[in-house]
Design a protein around this ligand. Structure first.
Ligand code: HEC
Ligand code: HEC
Ligand code: HEC
Ligand code: HEC
Ligand code: HEC
Length: 440
């Protein structure tokens, strides 16, 4: 059978060459050397011809953004500077895994000096040539692009460019977990999405990363293939490209929809009150995400928080507020430069990192410890915003509550000299509630 395939492969290859498709040199084992080189790893552009849908979706995804992401680049640069380049391949091993393994990205490399392949980040071959997953962290992966392209199809139609084989890894979450768990050089867990999933209700019912992030649909796996069950390659999460990037608008719409599906907000307050009274307000935030915590991943960077505003509508006076921004766009916790710690009630979900002396640090290579406050899958967090109302009120009162999300706090982007990105950072309202309380 194997021999027959080889013959078929060769026949098709010859046919291809004779029909003028010389630009596609088939992937094959080079008997002469075991050393892999860039020539063994085709670019995503090569795959586009036969897999146009997969390519189109991937090219607007965070995986295609991973090596040109300006925040990533500035952060990595700072990390190399601060550690005297001891960070080495740590960051790029996940953000452009094949190039890192091929030695194309020495510490201090500049994007303008790299081949286009390296800028493709987590590209097609970066997943589909994975031959071994050694650990569920830090891209501990082995690649073998020469023998076959691996994937989830048990009965692939063979083609003249690559041999296709079924590989069970593509039906497991571990292939995602190899990169979606980040442990820094001193053993501190920085990102734990795969770990959270292992303890999640989703896993208990057999739901994997791909079930939510690569939904199935009927379509073609390749232009010349049959119709079958295939999978989206948008990899929607929370990131929206902050630079010019393919399909930004669609990405932003999909991110907003995902975030708005991820949580529910429930507010309890009396419908009537009066001046000088005690007004009980309770807010319940429920995660609807069964797959991991909310938020998850790069939680030291993410901000998810509650904005609460109680207004005397008659006079326009704000009676109470929390979760509002200072003039720099920052939350008024202790990191606000303009009004530090002005918002004592602020509720936010994120990760705090601590340095060797327990001091606040903001970057993963500086962390000796971390504390993560995020919402476990499907759990509810209850908060109270009870108020003692002023002695004078015009009424009625208006109560507004929002659950808000953004990928970075502006102060962090300013630390990376990315002030102009800080100014255009979108905030997504994941859920909101509004009600009126009449006054006697
Ligand atoms: C000359 C056309 C052609 C090119 C170029 C090509 N493929 Fe394919 N590929 C196919 C065909 C045809 C199939 C089989 C589709 C089917 O059976 O439905 C396939 C199947 C696959 C599969 C599924 C394999 C399995 O068994 O699950 C993956 C993954 C894949 N290709 C990835 C790639 C990647 C990555 C590249 C670029 C490096 C690429 N392909 C380039 C034609 C091509
Ligand atoms: C049950 C569906 C589901 C499963 C299973 C699931 N996710 Fe998610 N994922 C979501 C939703 C909804 C969001 C958006 C809310 C959030 O950020 O948590 C999300 C967000 C993310 C994000 C962005 C996180 C952030 O807040 O910055 C990443 C990265 C991610 N998922 C990766 C994974 C990986 C890797 C797995 C498997 C180990 C996985 N997901 C399993 C539904 C799921
Ligand atoms: C982050 C890893 C990752 C990247 C990057 C990636 N894929 Fe996939 N791909 C997968 C996984 C996982 C599956 C199987 C999903 C499943 O069966 O649930 C898959 C499935 C496929 C299939 C089989 C048909 C299908 O949709 O199930 C093809 C063909 C394919 N990918 C091509 C590509 C091409 C072409 C690129 C680049 C443009 C690419 N992939 C980028 C992980 C990846
Ligand atoms: C080789 C490493 C690698 C593998 C394997 C990998 N990822 Fe990723 N993934 C990344 C990196 C790096 C990013 C962040 C890129 C950026 O925005 O700078 C990312 C981003 C994402 C995002 C977007 C997160 C956001 O906040 O928007 C999702 C969703 C995601 N990956 C899902 C998956 C799934 C599902 C799999 C398994 C099929 C997978 N990844 C496999 C490295 C990987
Ligand atoms: C184990 C693999 C891995 C390593 C190592 C790693 N990252 Fe990432 N990185 C990821 C994944 C996966 C995501 C997506 C998580 C999410 O969206 O929540 C990500 C997301 C990010 C983001 C957010 C992207 C955005 O635009 O929202 C930045 C910035 C980043 N990484 C920088 C770095 C830096 C700097 C280093 C080295 C100090 C590093 N990463 C090391 C896998 C890794």
């Amino acid at each position: 059978m194997k021999k027959n395939l080889k013959i078929l492969y060769f026949t098709l290859f010859s046919a291809l060459m004779s029909t003028g498709c010389e630009h596609l040199k088939p992937l094959q084992v080079d008997e002469e050397t075991d050393q892999l080189s860039l020539a063994d790893f085709p670019s995503a552009e090569t795959c586009a011809e036969c897999h146009p849908n997969h390519y189109q979706e991937w090219r607007g995804s965070a995986h295609a953004y991973a090596a040109i992401d300006p925040v990533f680049l500035e952060m990595q640069k700072l990390g190399q500077e601060e550690t005297g380049q001891k960070l080495g391949q740590f960051c790029i091993q996940c953000h452009s895994p094949v190039s890192s393994k091929l030695g194309l990205t020495p510490p201090g490399y500049k994007n303008e000096d790299l081949p286009a392949f390296a800028l493709e980040g987590v590209n097609c071959i970066g997943c589909h040539a994975i031959s071994k997953i050694k650990e569920n962290k830090n891209a501990e992966l082995e690649y073998d692009p020469r023998t076959a392209i691996r994937g989830p199809i048990a009965d692939p139609v063979q083609n003249n460019f690559h041999r296709s084989v079924y590989d069970d890894n593509f039906k497991q979450s571990l292939i995602c977990g190899a990169c979606h768990n980040v442990v820094n050089g001193v053993g501190v867990t920085i990102e734990d999405t795969f770990g959270e999933w292992q303890r999640s209700p989703a896993r208990e019912i057999g739901q994997k990363c791909t079930d939510c992030h690569m939904p199935a649909y009927r379509g073609k796996a390749a232009v010349n293939g049959p119709e079958r069950e295939v999978h989206r390659h948008f990899f929607v999460g929370v990131d929206v490209a902050l630079i010019d990037f393919p399909d930004r608008r669609r990405q932003s719409e999909m991110v907003t929809a995902l975030l708005q599906s991820a949580a529910a907000l429930e507010v309890e307050a009396p419908s009537q009150t009066k001046a000088g009274d005690y007004l009980p307000i309770s807010v319940n935030v429920t995660s609807k995400t069964a797959g991991h915590h909310l938020p998850s991943g790069a939680v030291a960077d993410r901000q998810m928080w509650l904005e609460v505003t109680l207004t005397d509508k008659g006079s326009g006076q704000i009676i109470y507020q929390s979760g509002h921004l200072d003039a720099n766009g920052d939350l008024m916790d202790r990191h606000s430069e303009l009004q530090p710690s002005a918002d004592q009630d602020l509720i936010q979900w994120h990760q705090k990192m601590a340095g060797a002396n327990g001091n606040d640090v903001f970057f993963s290579w500086q962390a000796f410890d971390q504390r993560t406050q995020t919402i476990p899958p499907l759990e509810t967090v209850s908060l109270s915003y009870d108020q003692l109302l002023p002695a004078q009120l015009t009424g009625p009162l208006q109560l507004k509550v929002k659950l808000r999300f953004r990928t970075f706090p502006p102060f962090l982007l300013r630390k990376l000299n990315l002030d102009e990105l800080a100014a255009q950072l979108p905030i997504v309202d994941m859920a909101q509630w509004e009600g009126t309380i009449s006054t006697q």
